[in-house]
Ligand binder design. Structure first.
Ligand SMILES: *Cc1c(COP(=O)(O)O)cnc(C)c1O
Length: 363
C-alpha cells in the first residue's frame, strides 16, 4: 500500500530505558537500520589500536546519516500533533535540513527550511549538494545571515513562518531545533544504542567516537551507555562550538528525560580538535586527509563532520592513548556525503593530481 510504510507505529523503549521520562509514544520507520560495522583502515592508526566503523551513512540514499534516526521520532510527534508543516533550520548545506525535506516529502508533509548563508540574493542560492535535494523535495527555503544564531535569527524566523502559515491556511506547523537535537530526537540514538547492543558492541569494543554538532547523537549514546553500566567510553569529536556548549545542551536533554543524578561531564569525553578552524572550514592538511581516506578505504568522509572527526580521533589515539578505555575503537559514521557536492573539493582533487587521471580515447 502506498501510504502504509510511513505510518506511525507504537514505540516501546528497550527495557533499560523504560524508566526515562517523556518516552515518545510512537515513531515512524524511515531509516534502513542495522547498519553494518566493519574494520576501517584509515591512514595513521597505529597498533595496538584497531578502528572499526558503524555505517550510519547507509541509513538511506537521500536520507543518509544520523538525522533520519532522530526524525523517526520527531516526525511521528508532528503527526501525533496534527501538524501539516515541518519547519527547521541550519547552515546552507545542512544535512539535517536535507533529511527533513526528504522525509517530510515521503510522509506527505510540507517542509520549510531556514538556512544561514552569506548570500543576499535568492537567485544566487545554488542548486548543489544538499540544496539540490532540498529543492527536489519541494522545500520552501528562507535565508538568514550566516552569523545569525539560533536565538537571534533561526528560532524567531521559524516562529514567524509558523504564524504566517496558521494565519493564511489555519494549518499547524511543527518546529524542529538545529540538528533535531532535543529530548524527542534523543530517542533516535537511544534506539541506535539498542541496535548496537544487538550487534555485539558491549563485548567487542572499548570506545565509541563520532562527530558532535548539535548534541543529540552524543546524548543518546551516552544515555544508552550509562543505563547499560557504562561499559564503553564515549568520545564526542567537536567540529564547532566547544565542550561547555555541548555539556549544557546534553544536560538539558538529560534533565528532560529525568536523568538528573548524572551529568554530561561524567558521561562524554569531549575532544576539541586542536587546530579546528570552525564550522565547515578545513585546513589544507584536513582536506588532504579526507582524500587519502577515500583512496585507502573506499569510505567517503565529509569535510564538515566525519572527516574532521576521524582526523581528530586518530590524532588523539596517537598522542593521548590513555584517554581511551581500551584499544578497540568504534567510529560512528554519521553521513554528510552531500556536503561534498558543493564544489569545494574540486581544487583539492586538482592539487592531488587526481583530475589528471583522465585519458581521452578518441581522436
Ligand atoms: C548533524 C551531523 C553530525 C552531528 O550530530 P549531532 O547529533 O547534531 O551532534 C555529525 N555528522 C553529520 C554528517 C551530521 O550531519
Amino acid at each position: 500500500m502506498a501510504t502504509s510504510s510511513f505510518c506511525r507505529i507504537p514505540y516501546e523503549p528497550p527495557a533499560w530505558a523504560s524508566k526515562l521520562k517523556k518516552i515518545p509514544s510512537s515513531r515512524v520507520k524511515l531509516a534502513h537500520a542495522d547498519t553494518p560495522i566493519h574494520e576501517w583502515k584509515v591512514p595513521g592508526v597505529k597498533a595496538p589500536f584497531t578502528l572499526h566503523v558503524k555505517r550510519d551513512d547507509l541509513t538511506g540514499s537521500t536520507l543518509t546519516g544520523n538525522k533520519v534516526r532522530k526524525l523517526e521520532f520527531l516526525l511521528a510527534d508532528a503527526l501525533d500533533k496534527g501538524c501539516k508543516h515541518i519547519i527547521t533550520c541550519g547552515g546552507i548545506q545542512s544535512n539535517h535540513c536535507r533529511a527533513t525535506a526528504v522525509a517530510s516529502a515521503q510522509m506527505g508533509l510540507k517542509s520549510h527550511l531556514v538556512l544561514r548563508s552569506k548570500l543576499k540574493n535568492s537567485e544566487d542560492v545554488p542548486c548543489n549538494g544538499n540544496l539540490l535535494l532540498d529543492r527536489m523535495c519541494g522545500a520552501q527555503i528562507y535565508i538568514v545571515p550566516w552569523e545569525g544564531t539560533y536565538e537571534s535569527h533561526l528560532k524567531p524566523s521559524m516562529e514567524n513562518i509558523a504564524r504566517g502559515i496558521k494565519e493564511s491556511s489555519g494549518e499547524d506547523s511543527y518546529l524542529i531545533p538545529v540538528g533535531g537535537s532535543n529530548s524527542v530526537g534523543l530517542f533516535g540514538y537511544i534506539t541506535v544504542f539498542h541496535e548496537m547492543i544487538s550487534q555485539g558492541i558491549l563485548d567487542n569494543f572499548d570506545d565509541i567516537a563520532f562527530a558532535c554538532g548539535s548534541g543529540a547523537t552524543a546524548a543518546g549514546l551516552a544515555v544508552g551507555n550509562y543505563l547499560n553500566g557504562s561499559k564503553l567510553k564515549i568520545h564526542a569529536l567537536i567540529v564547532c562550538e566547544d565542550a561547555k556548549f555541548y555539556n549544557a545542551a546534553i544536560n538539558e536533554m538529560l534533565d528532560d528525560v529525568g536523568l538528573t543524578d548524572v551529568r554530561s561531564e561524567d558521561m562524554v569525553d569531549m575532544i576539541e580538535g586542536p587546530e579546528n578552524q570552525g564550522y565547515g572550514v578545513s585546513t589544507q592538511e584536513e582536506l588532504d586527509y579526507f582524500v587519502q581516506v577515500g583512496i585507502d578505504t573506499g569510505v567517503i568522509v565529509d569535510p564538515t563532520y566525519t572527516g574532521k572527526a576521524v582526523k581528530f580521533l586518530v590524532q588523539e589515539m596517537n598522542n593521548h592513548p590513555d584517554r581511551f578505555k581500551g584499544r578497540r575503537v568504534l567510529f560512528l559514521h554519521t553521513g554528510g556525503i552531500y556536503g561534498l557536492f558543493d564544489g569545494r573539493m574540486d581544487n583539492v582533487l586538482k592539487q592531488h593530481e587526481m583530475t589528471n587521471r583522465v585519458k581521452i580515447l578518441y581522436d
